[in-house]
Design a protein around this ligand. Structure first.
Ligand code: SAT
Ligand code: MN
Length: 593
């Protein structure tokens, strides 16, 4: 029995309005998870994978229209549009609340309503925050169980009076009496709404059952709502991995990194260093909450309890640690099914002769169609990861923050910002280049994704930039993490110049040396780069001329980059560009003259 009057009243209100056939309070006990897994298999919403090959694991196949986050149906809803800013879709909350409330009317008819208390971050930790997700999707309940800490222990905190974020989710597919359910219920695109109400600290999601649209602890809470809370409370909610590095001398350092999608964030989170004697461990692959503590250092925790990773491109060659993390107790979505009841996806290994594709149809080798969806996913607990750092539930001090992007030209393999403010500038213009392969060598258009947060900042981006600046004033410069930009993707004649993956440890080593102010560096117009002669390239067969190209700072390219930045800044900020960006841009231009 729930005693907290706020929670009790909210559950009753939602039940009365959405009219589910029953209400289940999520206990977080493994037994409840196992029973629900049984149930979804029995009613053919999921397939149990071969327990000998993939113990306690499930495969779900989504509706073909419900395969990813839908940014154009994602809203920041406030009273004033200026609070959502130029980069968010905004709807006046006076308009959106009645509109969505109407959609929710009877929307859970014929379904079970799950009430899932969850904690983002270890239960009871000062940096953690609590939410309650009400959902009519068993897929969401199962995934939330893995991705967050759920159940009774969280409920106890709510009973003690802890605040919680109200997260309401419905797939938007009510069942009339006698109506058969479909494998993956969802609503048509024009009825999908992924709405954040930062003023109310509330999330309403309707019409989609997939990933970031439906697992409301993830992008909706831990990034959009949390970023708004963080601005008010003086911390940061960022789209960053957290990595621990251990030197041969057993010195431990931690860093975070933010990359736009498709830049190998999960691979870096699980890097296997090629440098002799170096070890890496992971603390998180997607989201970091950062806070400056009393000692003046910036600490990070991973608010999540699992990985929701893309399968495509994941293999023993590219990411053995991810492969080990999904051997058991994993939920797969939209991968292909093998004849022996295991999973398959693009790049995993040679395709077998026959598969069942993600639509549930026969697929034969040689077919032009892909059997898995490019955004197919695995959901697995952090504790599955063999390289999980033992301190993954403790805030860790961050020495370096990495930004990055896919830049075939212009950007060196690594550079360090001159100071934290310069680092904010670097974060504000990061992005990936969209180049046609034939145009290689010339500069493509850069799709900017500031701080890899473009779809995740829960408020006005101008305030976000200034909030980063405010953070830097909370401590002394030498205690702040040092900020770097990395680009593993520089090309010449269509070929990558740098091998990437485990070899990136060589660059990480330099980064850590720089956090100790070590002396192996050169100052350039764009920032600090390594003295190539002093980079640790032992055991890597790479030409000196290639290294020179990797670190080339081409004036022509940079003049174009500066023009592109000016244009981009104007598009976003118009005439109210944050002054820190204005200053940093003119400093960059000055350093080139
Ligand atoms: O679907 S999620 O938003 O959780 C994953 C992603 O798009 O990065
Ligand atoms: Mn992400």
């Amino acid at each position: 029995m729930i005693k907290n009057t706020l929670l009790k009243a909210w559950i009753e209100e939602i039940e009365a309005h959405t009219t589910p056939k029953e209400v289940i309070i999520w206990t977080g006990l493994q037994e409840q998870y196992d029973d629900l897994a049984e149930e979804v298999v029995a009613c053919k919403k999921a397939i149990r994978l071969n327990p000998n090959l993939r113990p306690r694991s499930l495969l779900f196949r989504s509706d073909p229209s419900d395969v990813a986050r839908v940014e154009k149906r994602t809203f920041i809803s406030t009273s004033k549009q200026s609070d959502a800013g130029p980069t968010n879709n905004w709807i006046d909350k006076e308009e959106l609340i009645p509109l969505m409330w109407n959609l929710y009317k009877g929307s859970m008819k014929g379904r079970t309503m799950y009430v899932i208390p969850f904690s983002m971050g270890p239960i009871g930790l000062g940096m953690s925050r609590i939410g309650v997700e009400i959902t009519d999707s068993p897929y969401v309940a199962l995934n939330m169980h893995i991705m967050t800490r759920t159940g009774n222990k969280v409920l106890e905190l709510i009973e003690q009076g802890f605040d919680f974020v109200k997260c309401l989710h419905s797939v938007g597919y009510p069942l009339e009496p006698g109506q058969a359910d479909v494998e993956w219920p969802c609503a048509p695109i024009e009825n999908k709404y992924i709405s954040q109400f930062p003023e109310e600290r509330m999330i309403w999601s309707y019409g989609s059952g997939y990933g970031g649209n439906a697992l409301l602890g993830k992008k909706c809470f831990a990034l959009r709502i949390a970023s708004a809370i963080a601005k008010d409370e003086g911390w940061l909610a960022e789209h960053m991995l957290i990595l621990k590095l251990i030197s041969p001398e057993n010195e431990v350092k931690y860093l975070t990194a933010a990359f736009p999608s498709a830049c190998g964030k999960t691979n870096l989170a699980m890097i296997n260093p090629s440098l002799k004697g170096w070890k890496a461990e992971t603390l998180g692959d997607d989201i970091a909450w950062l806070e400056i503590k009393d000692d003046g250092l910036m600490y990070a925790i991973n608010p999540e309890a699992g990985f929701f990773g893309v399968t495509s491109g994941t293999s023993y060659k590219t990411n053995p640690i991810a492969m080990e993390s999904i051997q058991h107790d994993t939920i797969f979505t939209n991968v292909a099914l093998t004849d022996d009841g295991d999973v398959w996806w693009d790049d995993l290994c040679d395709a077998p002769d026959h598969l069942i594709d993600w639509h549930g149809e026969d697929w034969y080798k040689g077919s032009k169609k892909r059997p898995d969806h490019p955004n197919a996913r695995f959901t697995s607990p952090l504790t599955n990861c063999p390289a999980l750092a033992k301190e993954y539930e403790t805030p860790v001090p961050i020495s370096a923050i990495l930004f990055g992007g896919r830049r075939p030209s212009t950007m060196p393999l690594v550079y360090q910002s001159y100071d934290f403010e310069h680092g904010i500038f670097v974060g504000s213009v990061m992005g990936s280049e969209v180049t046609a392969a034939t145009l290689d060598g010339s500069i493509g258009r850069v799709r900017r994704d500031p701080f890899a947060m473009l779809p995740f900042i829960g408020y006005n981006i101008k305030d976000y930039i200034n909030h980063w600046l405010d953070m830097s004033h909370k401590t002394t410069p030498e205690k702040l993490p040092k900020i770097f930009f990395v680009n593993w993707f520089r090309k010449e004649n269509g070929k990558y110049l740098w091998p990437g993956f485990g070899e990136n440890s060589r660059i990480l080593k330099w980064i850590l040396e720089r956090t100790d102010y070590q002396n192996n560096y050169l100052e350039t117009a764009i920032g600090i780069i390594p003295d190539i002669k002093k980079l640790d390239m032992e055991g890597l067969d790479i030409d000196h001329s290639i290294l020179n190209k990797l670190f080339e700072i081409n004036k022509e390219e940079w003049f174009q980059e500066i023009e592109s930045i000016k244009k981009y800044y104007y598009e976003v900020y118009q005439d109210s560009m944050p002054s820190i960006l204005k200053e940093q841009l003119s400093k960059l231009i000055q350093r080139f003259s």
